[in-house]
Ligand binder design. Structure first.
Ligand code: SAM
Length: 246
């Protein structure tokens, strides 16, 4: 995929983006551009908002408190947000940041923290998760920031699960068979991936999930992966076989 304007900084904004538009950035993004990246009048940056594609913009004022920009040209048309759902049992702080970033980089559209019986973390700072998702989206050149949902218990998740969507469960107790065929059979179906906590799913949780018609367990190999490793491995396998890797 040609990476046009790859050297330009990318920022996510809420504002509408259209030809001839002008924008004044907030304090945080202005400080980042003007002070951290030392951008000044005439320099270019790329903005995206999840609706209007990506736009090359030029700084017209470079004050550290309020950078002003003119929108010059659309460099990427908006693509539909990903439909891939990813559920995970929250981990402790920096590994939680890691999982959010990797989920964004792996093309997830919805990020859902799921509280299971052995989840170590129950209270989450939602705004921190969202900030991490935005930062990862800016870095990996996606055009939409995934939805970061509020945490939900596994029980509530399963009770309200939409029957048409397949829930792929990374099951470390599953027979260590390649998931290729299992996943290939799910092509063009709406799917989600669920990864358990460091202590794994409890036996009661596993038995309940495996009895549900929309659950498809997969093994991620003969070794026990850490939960954040399983996130990347599971999403990579899914994207490679039935996802958006062309
Ligand atoms: N219960 C084990 C333990 O406590 O070490 C494993 C838990 S593992 C660290 C965390 C999660 O990663 C599991 O619940 C599962 O979702 C996923 N996982 C780890 N290794 C896996 C494998 N080989 N196959 C499928 N899923 C795996």
């Amino acid at each position: 995929m040609p990476r046009t304007h790859a050297t330009l900084p990318r920022l996510y904004v809420d504002a509408d983006l259209a030809a001839g538009g002008q924008l004044t950035l907030g304090k945080e993004q202005s400080l980042y551009l003007a002070a951290v990246l030392r951008k000044s009048v005439g320099d270019a940056v790329v903005l995206f908002n999840g609706r209007d594609g990506a736009w090359r913009c030029v700084l017209t004022a470079d004050s550290k408190k309020s950078v002003q920009l003119d929108l010059v040209e659309q460099i990427a048309r908006q693509t539909p947000a990903s439909d891939l759902w990813y559920g995970f049992a929250p981990l402790k702080s920096e590994r939680l940041d890691y999982v959010i970033q990797k989920a964004v980089e792996m093309g997830v559209g919805t990020i859902q923290p799921v509280i299971t019986q052995r989840t170590q973390v129950s209270r989450l700072k939602h705004e921190r998760l969202v900030a991490n998702a935005i930062e990862a989206a800016e870095q990996c050149e996606v055009l939409s920031v995934p939805v970061v949902a509020a945490e939900i218990t596994l029980e509530k998740l399963l009770d309200g699960w939409p029957a048409e969507r397949v829930l792929i469960v990374a099951d470390e107790a599953a027979a260590s068979a390649s998931p290729v065929e299992t996943l290939a059979a799910l092509k063009r179906r709406p799917i989600g991936l669920l990864v358990g906590p460091e202590g794994g799913f409890s036996e009661i949780e596993r038995v309940k999930m495996l009895a549900l018609p929309f659950v498809v367990p997969i093994s991620l190999g003969p070794r026990i992966l850490r939960a954040d490793t399983a996130a990347v491995a599971g999403l990579a396998v899914i994207q490679a076989i039935i996802g958006d890797w062309r």
